[in-house]
Design a binder for this molecule. Structure first.
Ligand code: AMP
Ligand code: TRP
Length: 329
């Protein structure tokens, strides 16, 4: 068996919510005890759509601190900012030359993100190729991503296969690893929709860095369903089912046990319990976040992460240069 090598990227844009924490960052933390685990703040992906420069730099730092506060341990995992390792852009360019426009035209996310926009950058179209470079530079075996990114990982496999068969085995074919059912936190105001960074109504999500008292209010006013029983039933009670999942994630008490515990109690009492755990989580999380984000250690963690990443990626890139026929230096 090959060593497990995990790579995942997160964009430094928007605010992270408890769905990102439960569905993504916490899964990374759980998996970091074996194999090599690499997490990248993908600022180069972020500029495929307009960004304010100051905000982008701040967000890269903020998201890095959030990942560390959530429990990514720099002694176990690599954390770095994409633009700190030039190999990503360099391999991305080369991979561009081994994928067709037709293949990229089939990317659903591109269609969604470009739809109705006046200005669509070439970068937005090319985004999945840079993502393929991110993944292939490290011999990645597993890519934890949401469902929407699966197609990009398939494209990564396609370009790796094409390159391997044209030259010789060079790239490992990665597997996408999507979260199991239950890893989807739904909106508090419309539990049939995913909690989302881009939801125009801020009350649908609990943000990781928001005032815990505000988060409490949002939970208390979350949409619930008709009836009065606390039951896990997505078909008839999506609002309550979503809150049960949130409570389960933050308390580690099983949903079946929670149903028993709240039998005979009303929605209001149940919501207080959910609000309590979420508020407590945010208070603790934000304490850790503040410590990390105020310390200069963050810069050295990111610097070291980028250096270690480069040590892995650069020999791979040089091997690729040789295969395609670039003159050695
Ligand atoms: P995004 O917020 O779409 O950039 O996604 C970043 C990561 O968080 C991806 O791995 C998503 O699968 C995960 N994620 C986003 N929204 C949710 C949600 N509502 N529930 C669970 N995971 C989510
Ligand atoms: N495209 C991913 C997203 O929008 C972010 C990303 C960039 C990524 N490079 C990656 C994810 C490599 C996994 C692996 O969420």
């Amino acid at each position: 068996m090959n060593k497990k090598i995990v790579f995942s990227g997160i964009q430094p844009s928007g605010n992270l919510h408890i769905g990102n924490y439960i569905g993504a960052v916490r899964q990374w933390v759980k998996g970091q005890n074996d194999g090599l685990n690499i997490f990248c703040v993908v600022d180069m992906h972020a500029i495929t759509v307009p960004q304010d420069p100051k905000t982008l730099a701040q967000k890269s730092r903020e998201i890095s601190a959030i990942i560390l506060a959530a429990g990514i341990d720099p002694d176990k995992s690599l954390l770095f900012v994409q633009s700190h390792n030039p190999d990503h852009a360099n391999l991305g360019w080369i991979l561009n030359c081994y994928l067709s426009i037709g293949q990229l035209n089939r990317m659903i996310q591109y269609k969604e993100k470009s739809d109705g926009k006046k200005f669509v950058s070439v970068g937005l179209f090319d985004y999945p190729v840079l993502m393929a470079a991110d993944i292939l530079l490290y011999g990645t075996t597993e890519v934890p991503v949401g469902d929407d990114q699966k197609q990009h990982v398939e494209l990564t496999r396609d370009v790796a296969e094409r390159f391997n068969s044209k030259y010789s085995p060079t790239f490992v074919l990665p597997e996408p690893k999507t979260p199991k059912a239950g890893g989807r936190v739904m909106s508090l105001i419309d539990p049939t929709k995913k909690m989302s960074k881009s939801d125009p109504n801020p009350n649908g999500a609990v943000w990781l860095l928001e005032d815990p008292a505000m988060a409490r209010k949002k939970i208390m006013s979350a949409v619930t369903d008709s009836g009065s029983e606390v039951k896990y039933d997505w078909g008839n009670k999506p609002g309550i089912s979503n809150l049960l999942e949130i409570l389960n994630q933050f308390s580690d008490v099983s949903i079946a046990e929670l149903e028993k515990k709240f039998a005979g109690q009303n929605y209001g009492q149940f919501k207080i319990a959910v609000a309590d755990v979420v508020e407590k989580f945010l208070v603790n999380f934000q304490k850790k976040y503040a410590e990390i984000s105020e310390s200069e250690e963050l810069e050295s963690i990111l610097k070291e992460g980028a250096q270690k990443a480069y040590q892995i990626s650069h020999p791979k890139l040089l091997g690729v240069y040789k295969k395609v026929g670039f003159l050695g230096q």
